[in-house]
Design a protein. Sequence first.
Length: 131
Amino acid sequence: LRRSGLPPKALDETARGVRLLAEAAQQHGARVLVVVIPDRVQVLDPKAERLLRALPALAGDVDMDLTSREFVPRLEAIPEIDRVVDLLPILRAHTDPADWGANDGHFSPQGHARVFDAIREPVRALLAAKD
């Protein structure tokens, strides 16, 4: 991720939009779980070594942990959000290129199963929670 492409103002505005969605959901009695899905390159190239070899002009502007460090805490601070699950550390803990499609950044069936495993308990907990 490019630092210049995600300045604090953009992160704040995005979090504000998520907050508005969460407020609307709660007004209708829904619980809110936000799942932050990383880009494939954040998982498979966590130090951006391959990316920077291919695009050396990005040196100094790439931060593969930016969303986890800067955006996820903004989401966690929103009281209307019941739970935030950041998939980046979960997917990095079990890095497998087979979790991704062969020609794009979408999850493969195996990757979808890994995401399901990561969000199963948070979803169950929210569904079981009493007001």
